[in-house]
Design a protein around this ligand. Structure first.
Ligand code: ADP
Ligand code: MG
Ligand code: MG
Length: 255
């Protein structure tokens, strides 16, 4: 078993107004095999948490720690984080002109494993992942994210999960812009990775919809950079009915 631990994490971001505090003391413990949903209203700091775990240079950790099996993640480069087994799918994936999906994935796999996968195994893994996700085999020869539709971007993320086999995945708004069919296929992919490799998942979402397909073991609600409520899957069901109003304005009546 592996564990990702976040302790009293404070993060600022540089804006026109200088360094602005966004996360104000986040505590989270995620074991492999567990799915944690991070929910909250827009602007509450969910993506900031994902970017900070990913090591995005715009975000400054002013205090607190992130450790992976006791190792200091904040000391690791972005590549080292990937090699340690962290997978971070971003809300707005970047285009990589001239690099095909299959070469991108093979390079990533080689970097993570420290050696290139055999061509035979690799071809089999990529074909299998694409067929699982019901993707056209031609997709492997397209350039990463170039002209990808919303659904193709999400499938590409989940394809990475299937072939890179990380220990933990941070999925930021994986559900945004997906129709129900695509949402099901993407969710099945995450659930397969959970089954196959005991993946730990940090599932960041504003909406409860994806949690019907990927059931969380734990739900954490973030408002204004702090966790304001925690519970099991039933908390997500309650949020679906009640929304976030009562967390934002404590005086708001619960309907
Ligand atoms: P969420 O993902 O919950 O919608 P974010 O983490 O994206 O929230 O944003 C939290 C707050 O931090 C917002 O007020 C947002 O404007 C600000 N913020 C986040 N990233 C940046 C950035 N790179 N530059 C300026 N402001 C940012
Ligand atoms: Mg947002
Ligand atoms: Mg966000």
């Amino acid at each position: 078993m592996s564990v990702l631990e976040i302790r009293d994490l404070h993060v600022t971001v540089e804006t026109d107004q200088g360094e602005t505090p966004i996360l104000n003391g986040i505590d989270l413990t995620i074991n492999t095999g567990e799915t944690h949903a991070i929910m909250g209203p827009n602007g509450s700091g969910k993506s900031t948490l994902a970017y900070t775990i990913a090591g995005h240079p715009k975000y400054t950790v002013t205090s607190g720690t992130i450790t992976f099996d006791g190792e200091d993640v904040l000391e690791m480069s972005v590549d080292e984080r990937a090699r340690a087994g962290l997978f971070l799918a971003m809300q707005y994936p970047v285009e990589i002109p001239g690099v095909t999906v299959t070469n991108f994935l093979r390079t990533a796999k080689t970097a993570i494993d420290g050696e290139a996968p055999s061509i035979r195994q690799w071809t089999k893994d990529v074909k299998g992942a694409m067929s699982n996700l019901r993707m056209d085999p031609k997709f492997a020869q397209r350039n990463v994210n170039e002209g990808f539709s919303g659904g193709e971007k999400k499938r590409h993320e989940i394809m990475q999960l299937e072939v890179l086999k990380p220990k933990f995945a941070v999925l930021d708004e994986t559900d945004s812009g997906l129709d129900v069919d695509a949402l099901k296929i993407v969710s099945e992919g995450v659930n397969r990775a959970k089954e196959a490799t005991n993946l730990g998942v940090l599932l960041i979402t504003h909406y409860t919809r994806i949690l019907r397909y990927i059931r969380p073991d734990f739900v954490h609600v973030i408002v204004a950079g702090k966790i304001v409520e925690e519970g099991g899957a039933e908390l997500a069901d309650r949020l679906e009915d009640e929304g976030y109003d009562r967390f934002i304005d404590p005086a708001a009546p619960i309907e």
